[in-house]
Design a binder for this molecule. Structure first.
Ligand SMILES: NC(=O)c1ccc[n+]([C@@H]2O[C@H](COP(=O)([O-])OP(=O)(O)OC[C@H]3O[C@@H](n4cnc5c(N)ncnc54)[C@H](OP(=O)(O)O)[C@@H]3O)[C@@H](O)[C@H]2O)c1
Length: 324
């Protein structure tokens, strides 16, 4: 059996719900017999049925003979959630072979689902495309392991690193392709955050517009967050971490898209808490303007060379995408 091939199919299904599962992971499942997919399912949106349940929804017990179920994430075994746990359901179903990409990252439940399957004579193969699954669900892993939202910082700048003119004008430095890409990124996060100055100067609408996901009835617009010293004066690194942890805990926000002006960009990078940085670069020179002011390094040996992904848009804008 080509495990990678079928797990890849399950991962593709999982990824089709990007932007719709909120604090839940994206999960896919395919049921295979004689090297053919006979059924499939995925977790379609927050609060909906789980992938393995959808994959087995129309399958009778007799049809499970000689089948293997591929699931991208360990089936859950805990009751602390909206839907019934999947591992006992799999035991009930009569399935005999299960292939799983990764264990559930939640330390309280990790391994319990697999144990339940094994204790009930289900053969389990674990770790197929584990790395790919973890990449797909990087936000969920951050949430589970750190109890903190995934922080995705985005800035737009000129070739000379300027984020707005000296008079504060910044709309628009980059072109329409970059802005569509920003809306895609917004749609993948549970909230959009801007600093108080940007809120006052730009009056941004902070919503997702003009992209396909807006027509999906299960899509929910991100929450809006304004960071201001008036309500949350953040001084120490600990203040910043507590601020974000409280948002995760109290507002159930698992990912925040931060659209920073130069001041907020500088402040937040100094805390070393950002998970992903997307820099959109327009092929223009602004000259005098406002820019990133963090670090004040005294020695070039202190520079970090980041790994990054790059995209070039048809109008010449570039996107440099870094994961820390
Ligand atoms: N090129 C880009 O990507 C981009 C993106 C966004 C904005 N901009 C431009 O950037 C300009 C505004 O930039 P900016 O750097 O002044 O503003 P900013 O990004 O809005 O960040 C500064 C604001 O964040 C809040 N803040 C900063 N440090 C804080 C802390 N330690 N604790 C709590 N709150 C804190 C403050 O809000 P309060 O004043 O309410 O206390 C402050 O006004 C605008 O002209 C806008 O057009 C450019």
């Amino acid at each position: 059996m080509n495990h990678d091939f079928f797990m890849n199919k399950a991962l593709e299904l999982a990824a089709s719900a990007r932007g719709l599962t909120r604090t839940n992971p994206m999960v896919g499942a395919v049921l295979v017999r004689d090297e053919k997919i006979i059924s499939q399912g995925y977790h379609e949106f927050f609060g909906s049925a789980h992938a393995e349940l959808n994959a087995l929804a129309n399958i009778k017990k007799d049809d499970l003979e000689n089948t293997t179920l591929y699931i991208t994430l360990e089936p859950c075994s805990h009751l602390d959630k909206k839907t019934p746990p999947c591992a006992p359901m799999l035991v009930q179903s009569g399935i005999k072979n299960v292939v799983i990409a990764s264990l559930d990252p939640n330390p309280k439940v990790s391994g319990n689902g697999v144990k339940l399957l094994k204790d009930n004579q289900i053969a389990v193969t674990l770790g197929v495309l584990d790395k790919e699954q973890k990449k797909l669900n990087e936000v969920f892993y951050k949430n589970m392991l750190n109890q903190m939202p995934w922080l995705h910082l985005k800035v737009a700048q000129s070739l000379d690193g300027k984020m707005c003119l000296n008079n504060g004008t910044s709309q628009w430095i980059t072109g329409s392709h970059s802005r569509v890409s920003v809306h895609e990124m917004r749609s993948h996060c549970d909230a959009i955050l801007v600093g108080g100055n940007t809120y006052k100067i730009d009056s941004p609408s902070l919503n997702v517009r003009d992209i396909a996901i807006c027509h999906n009835p299960n899509f929910k617009q991100p929450e809006k967050l304004i960071l201001s010293r008036k309500t949350n004066p953040l001084e120490t690194k600990n203040d910043w971490i507590e601020y974000f942890k409280n948002i995760y805990k109290n507002e159930k926000i698992g990912s925040i898209f931060i659209e920073a002006g130069p001041q907020l960009y500088t402040k937040i990078m100094e805390q070393n808490i950002v998970d992903r940085l997307s820099i959109f670069i327009a092929p223009s020179l602004i000259g005098k303007g406002q820019d990133f002011q963090a670090y004040d390094r005294q020695d070039l040996k202190d520079l970090t060379r980041y790994n990054y992904q790059m995209e070039k848009f048809p109008d010449g804008d570039l996107l440099i995408d870094i994961r820390f």
